[in-house]
Ligand binder design. Structure first.
Ligand code: IPM
Ligand code: MG
Length: 367
């Protein structure tokens, strides 16, 4: 890595350009970075006819890290199997950059516990990490149509399962380090039905002896979905396959009261660039209005600084600033309880609706 980290920005579609521009401002205030911006998703389809060009993929692979906004929108929605789709850009990046490990931490900001759909006492203490396998399974298996029949194939190898399981075990170990808490991994599958899940369970169990300090539990995915809303605080690290991870991470995200708050990191082999992006989508309905919530992108930039650029100290400052701004009552529209500025709750300041620009300024001023 050169002295000045090279970051590829992929704003994408919908609110993507607004939230990535805000994150760029935030990063520029934290140090020296070299930025390069490229098209991905629907905007790339409009310009080049494909959601991801070879040139953009190459630029990402050569960068030190990639920060992405969001892709997709009604303009490009189609059920025609031959038509290009924005999501192919994201999937192409994941596969092309070898980003097999997707980390989605879920830690409700103290100021937002009131906006969770769950009662406060139920989410109190929730702090979990979804480790989702990102380059295998049904997302990448053979698929197609034959007349009025369609198929998608789910395939997993022992090697693919082992590497993501190790990511999960190591993450649990890292999270427990120095806290006195015990490390816990919940492996999620559908072993009562799927062969890939039985191989998953067998493989994950086989690794457990390498991690005697980590407690391992297996849950079936339907049960996991239920347990996540009934006892979220009991989870530590959840490790699961691609499709289950997609679903459970949205469910986990909602525990925090807004999908607008969740960051993610997608990582590949050691030393290779990672891709960092908010978990939420492109929100085309509010694009261009200056009301988008950039906080998940800020937190994704923090994950980039920590996991991709070795600047954990700056990451901590950004995370603390986001919490502080929320403590002051500042809210983008998606974060408002009941949709309007509510009266002060307990000893908290009243909520005040602000746009992308104002919340960005607020975070910058706190740091
Ligand atoms: C996500 C998204 C993507 C996925 C879509 C946009 C392809 O839902 O990152 O969770 O399914 O992986
Ligand atoms: Mg998803």
């Amino acid at each position: 890595m050169s002295d000045v980290p090279r970051i590829v920005l992929l704003p994408g579609d919908g609110i993507g350009p607004e939230i990535v521009a805000a994150a760029r401002r935030l990063l520029e205030a934290q140090g020296e970075f070299e930025f390069e911006e490229h098209l991905v998703g629907g905007c790339s389809i409009d310009e080049y006819g494909v959601a991801l060009t070879d040139g953009v993929l190459a630029a990402c692979r050569e960068a030190d890290a990639v920060l992405l906004g969001a892709v997709g929108g009604p303009k490009w929605d189609t059920t025609d199997p031959a038509a290009p789709r924005p999501e192919q850009g994201l999937l192409g990046l994941r596969k092309g950059m070898g980003l097999y490990a997707n980390l989605r931490p879920v830690r409700p900001s103290p100021a937002l516990v009131g906006s969770s759909p769950l009662r406060e006492e139920r989410i109190a203490g929730t702090d979990l990490l979804v480790v989702r396998e990102l380059t295998g399974g049904i997302y990448f298996g053979a698929s197609g149509r034959d007349g009025d029949v369609a198929h998608d194939t789910c395939e997993y190898s022992v090697g693919e399962i082992e590497r993501i399981a190790r990511t999960g075990f190591e993450a649990a170990r890292g999270r427990a380090e120095g806290t006195g808490d015990s490390a816990h991994v919940t492996s999620v599958d559908k072993a009562n039905v799927l062969e890939t899940s039985r191989l998953w369970r067998e493989t994950v169990s086989g690794l457990a002896s390498d991690y005697p300090d980590v407690e391992l539990e297996h849950l079936l995915v339907d049960n996991a979905a239920m347990q996540l809303v009934s006892r979220p605080a009991d989870f530590d690290v959840i490790v699961t396959e691609n499709l289950f991870g997609d679903i459970l991470s949205d469910e986990s995200a909602m525990l925090t009261g807004s999908l607008g708050m969740l960051p993610s990191a997608s990582l590949g082999a050691e030393g290779e660039p990672g891709l960092f992006e908010p978990v939420h989508g492109s929100a085309p309905d509010i694009a261009g209005q200056g009301v988008a919530n950039p906080l998940a992108t800020f937190l994704s930039a923090a994950m980039m600084l920590r996991h991709g650029l070795g600047r954990g100290n700056v990451a901590v400052r950004i995370e603390a600033a986001v919490d502080a701004v929320l403590e002051r009552g500042l809210r983008t529209r998606d974060l408002l309880v009941g949709g309007a500025a509510a009266a002060s709750q307990g000893d908290r300041p009243p909520e005040r609706e602000v746009g992308t620009e104002a919340i960005t300024e607020a975070v910058l001023s706190v740091i």
